[in-house]
Design a protein around this ligand. Sequence first.
Ligand SMILES: Nc1ncnc2c1ncn2[C@@H]1O[C@H](COP(=O)(O)OP(=O)(O)O)[C@@H](O)[C@H]1O
Ligand SMILES: Cc1cn([C@H]2C[C@H](O)[C@@H](COP(=O)(O)OP(=O)(O)O)O2)c(=O)[nH]c1=O
Length: 213
Amino acid sequence: MSLHAPGLFITFEGIDGAGKSTHLTTLAERLRRHGREVTVTREPGGTPLAETLRECLLHTPMDALTEALLMFAARRDHLRQVIEPALAAGQVVLCDRFTDATFAYQGHGRGFDLAVLRTLEGWVQTMDGGFRQPDLTLWFDVSPAVAASRLSGARAPDKFESEPRAFFDRVAAGYAQRAAEAPQRFVRIDAHVPMDDVWQQVEAACRQRGWLS
Ligand SMILES: Nc1ncnc2c1ncn2[C@@H]1O[C@H](COP(=O)(O)OP(=O)(O)O)[C@@H](O)[C@H]1O
Ligand SMILES: Cc1cn([C@H]2C[C@H](O)[C@@H](COP(=O)(O)OP(=O)(O)O)O2)c(=O)[nH]c1=O
């Protein structure tokens, strides 16, 4: 019999300014109070190598294939060094973005070939124990106009946040498509509403699965 609860892999997705980081922090606190060990991490990033790649990805212009390859290279290192060991130890891994972001941003935002992304997803997420996908993806769905108003003045925009509104319209449509393709993995969170109401939806998704009481 396992000595600890099974690991859980929960990803947070949505356009910049949707409220992912805010609610990831709250969920981490709640799960810890509920007795779980929680690893909080992010993509691109989460390991020294992946954080180095993040710096390039967020600030250096490059073509869409280069961007997709670096995203997946960072992801492979992150899976091997952080995510898989934490899951094997029975922890909850809360990850700010994962592969759905690559489909939404590089695929739909930049118009890069989705079939190539599917191939890369298959290679990169095949681990010793099988194909790794999140147990749950919380998709913070908010209109690009609302997200932009939340971000304005909040922080200096990076390469992606500097993209025009039309880019974020495509990214948002990309998330909707990924969610429609995997309805058992995705939960749509209506992120237009006040923070407390957003949190209620996150909490409900976790309670339904028995992860919070
Ligand atoms: N539901 C909400 N209503 C109003 N403001 C919000 C809401 N959720 C987050 N914010 C604010 O919007 C900004 C961006 O939130 P953040 O969690 O950093 O988004 P993301 O991680 O998705 O980019 C922050 O200033 C945050 O306080
Ligand atoms: C994981 C990932 C992120 N991104 C982009 C989306 C974000 O604009 C950016 C960094 O994500 P994020 O950490 O959410 O930025 P911030 O710290 O400013 O909130 O990287 C991709 O384009 N593809 C990906 O696969």
